[in-house]
Design a protein around this ligand. Structure first.
Ligand SMILES: Nc1nc2c(ncn2[C@@H]2O[C@H](COP(=O)(O)OP(=O)(O)OP(=O)(O)O)[C@@H](O)[C@H]2O)c(=O)[nH]1
Ligand SMILES: [Mg+2]
Length: 661
């Protein structure tokens, strides 16, 4: 027997927000981490594996952090990972177009004694800004390998992997840059380091003593707490406090400003001055600046926002209808008749019903009902994410969002919600306070995700008219605002202000967009289609066991009494918890036709769609919500959506009946 032993290399990707860490991660391990042009998408570390020759490279994608201080949950996650898990190699991804700011984190990684490789990403953007970087010299000064990259095109990835292995095997030796502060600070740092080494040996076995000293001087909360909990720590803290006061007196500014300006001094004087050159001709008002001006303009900006939104749904509807009729023809007209006649010949009736009616029909429904709308949606969402329009939209919406106790940044998870509520729920973590996070979680699950879009455009858009379909999105926005206003009044606490960095516009790359769309479609096919097929099989079992009537009867007071829907419409609503598009798929399966007009009135279609639009989130979203908010809150949110959806369905039914429809 032959055993294969692969050497394992643990690699962490660390860097500031929005520098391309997740693109590199996805490229390396084929992952599907959220990628987009705004800071703060990755909120929790993600893990993936790459096999390279005799090596198994374990890659961790860390959240973006501006520095190694502990201002946010992400910074703690990233820093603790680097310190505790001690990865073999830390790939510090830096944005070549704003090196000064990015190297700020790099210096701190050096101080942490992390074994670094620098991935100098976004070289294309740096070049278009007229910046030239002497990569070799940068590598010489920093004493570690520097790999120029354009991650979205895959350029530099191979070299990065090879370098990781070479460093791991000691073929490339690291002689890391030594960060040296001004004389006064340096004196204090080395005294504190000696004392810390002597009196706090346990702490020094985890963190480098020099790093602890700098962090103590910087008044880092986390380190201060750790030291104060130790018996000898109190004395150390007294000394540190004395040193801080002394330094602040000499420099006339706060200790954090002293240290950060010294760091910038080192970056500019000792590093950038030797390696970065600005080529004159590129200094002009760039396309990005002009686009930024118009898309954040107080009047034109909003017009563009409305146009973009309508344009997106129009594109999805047109693209979706076209793909739907194409796939319908292929599967329903060509493929299905052949399969049915073949299987009906070989299978006994109950089994035939379950296999063809449940399994195969369920799978075909995925391809002919969901996929046609989901594909254009993912495509256009990818473009929107990569250009950098999303944070502009968030900026424009800031004033509105304040009315509902949130701020512009909250608009990002809400927009992601149109694609899928799961990342939107997880994305709520970017909010600063627990109150805002909870409030936003309530709202994101009300946003019609792409699966609900399948229902909205596939029923109302298709049978009543696209404009009515689009109107439902507007209604949805109004309801979300209303609920937000209400929650803002009810929930204790106050909203906080917006602090968000506005990234430059970036040109989306066709290849990157296509890969991203495909990855999303792929995970939709893997994750959603089993749920849809299971739902479809359960339904056909219910059919075979003659349970349709009794169950419908139990639900009839709600379904036909309150909502005025055909009695069997309760099934699709319930099964929609598995996957939202099951609501439409099951309606067609239950009616045994893909033309709903024969079985439902326009009023019923509207009531049904509105109920589905707000009804309880799907299982995957509930799970994400439990993870972020805990059981109690997730249950509260889910129950709330059930009551809200039935109430709105009833209200629609009542008002349409009152006006004689
Ligand atoms: N032009 C260009 N764009 C890039 C490059 N690398 C990444 N991008 C784009 O930059 C944006 C940010 O990339 P991400 O991988 O999401 O960045 P991240 O560092 O993981 O960001 P956070 O998770 O928010 O910290 C995306 O829109 C990418 O498509 C590059 O080399 N050139
Ligand atoms: Mg990321």
């Amino acid at each position: 027997m032959v055993y294969m032993f692969r050497k394992r290399i643990n690699v962490a990707l660390a860097g500031q927000p929005n520098v391309g860490k997740s693109v590199i991660f996805n490229n390396l391990v084929g992952g599907s981490q959220i990628v987009g042009n705004w800071p703060g998408k990755t909120v929790e570390k993600a893990e993936g594996k790459l096999i390279y020759g005799d090596y198994e490279i374990n890659v961790i994608d860390l959240p973006g952090i501006y520095s190694l201080s502990t201002y946010s949950e992400e910074e703690i996650i990233a820093r603790e990972y680097i310190v505790s898990a001690k990865p073999d190699i830390v790939v510090n991804v830096v944005d070549a177009s704003v090196l000064e700011r990015n190297l700020y984190l790099t210096l701190q990684l050096f101080e942490l004694n992390a074994p670094l490789i620098i991935a100098l990403n976004l070289m294309d953007v740096a070049q278009s800004k007229g910046l030239r970087i002497d990569v070799e010299k940068l590598s010489r000064i920093l004493g570690v390998p520097v790999i120029p990259m354009i991650a979205v095109t895959g350029s530099g990835i191979d070299k990065l992997v090879k370098t990781i292995v070479d460093v791991f095997e000691g073929r490339i030796r690291l002689s890391p840059f030594k960060v040296r502060y001004g004389r006064e600070v340096e004196e204090k740092v080395s005294i504190i380091a000696k004392i810390v080494e002597r009196y706090l040996p346990n702490l020094c076995s985890k963190y480098p003593s020099r790093w602890i000293s700098i962090k103590l001087l910087e008044r880092d909360d986390h380190v201060l707490r750790m030291v104060s909990e130790l018996y000898e720590g109190k004395v150390v803290l007294l000394l540190v406090q004395e040193f801080i006061e002394e330094l602040e007196k000499i420099h006339g500014e706060s200790i954090t400003s002293i240290i950060s300006s010294e760091r910038y001094g080192i970056i500019n004087r000792d590093i950038l001055a030797n390696v970065q050159f600005i080529e004159k001709e590129a200094i002009r008002l760039s396309l990005s600046d002009r686009l930024n001006y118009w898309t954040t303009h107080p009047i034109i900006g909003y017009l563009i926002l409305v146009l973009v939104f309508f344009g997106i749904f129009y594109f999805i509807f047109i693209g979706g209808s076209f793909l739907e009729s194409l796939l319908d023809y292929i599967f329903d007209e060509v493929f299905m008749p052949q399969i049915s006649s073949l299987l009906s010949y070989h299978l006994p009736e109950p089994l035939y019903g379950i296999i063809v009616g449940g399994l195969i029909n369920g799978f075909i429904a995925v391809l002919t009902i969901s996929l046609p709308y989901i594909l254009p949606f993912y495509f256009i969402l990818s473009i929107l994410e990569d250009t950098g329009y999303m944070p502009r939209a968030a900026y424009l919406m800031d004033a509105f969002m304040h009315r509902i106790g949130l701020h512009g940044k909250a608009f990002l998870p809400l927009m992601l919600g149109y694609g899928c509520n799961v990342p939107a729920c997880l994305g709520c973590r970017i909010m600063e306070s627990d109150r805002e996070k909870f409030l936003l979680s309530f709202l994101v699950v009300l946003i019609p995700c792409s699966a609900r879009t399948v229902v909205i455009l596939g029923i109302v858009g298709r049978y009543i008219g696209l404009i009515y379909g689009l109107l439902l999105y507007v209604v949805n926005i109004f309801v979300v605002i209303l609920i937000g206003l209400l929650l803002n009044k009810v929930l204790p606490g106050c909203p906080v202000g917006l602090i968000m960095e506005m990234p430059d516009y970036r040109k989306p790359f066709v290849k990157a967009i296509l890969i991203k769309t495909w990855r999303r479609v792929e995970s939709f096919l893997y994750e959603a289609s089993p749920l849809i097929v299971v739902g479809s099989v359960i339904l056909s079992l219910i059919y075979q066991l003659n349970l349709v009537e009794p169950i419908s009867y139990i639900m009839s007071p709600l379904i036909s009494g309150l909502l005025g829907l055909p009695i069997i419409a309760g099934f699709p609503l319930i099964f929609g918890i598995l996957r939202k598009e099951l609501a439409l798929i099951m309606l067609e399966e239950l009616f045994g036709s893909s033309d709903l007009r024969m079985f439902m009135t326009f009023k019923q279609m509207l009531v049904f769609t509105i109920t589905v639009m707000f009804f309880i989130p799907c299982v995957a979203t509930i799970a994400a919500c439990v993870r972020e908010e805990g059981w109690k809150r997730a249950t509260l949110i889910s129950l709330f959506t059930v009551i809200l959806s039935i109430f709105l369905g009833w209200l629609t039914n009542l008002s349409l009946t009152l006006i004689g429809l």
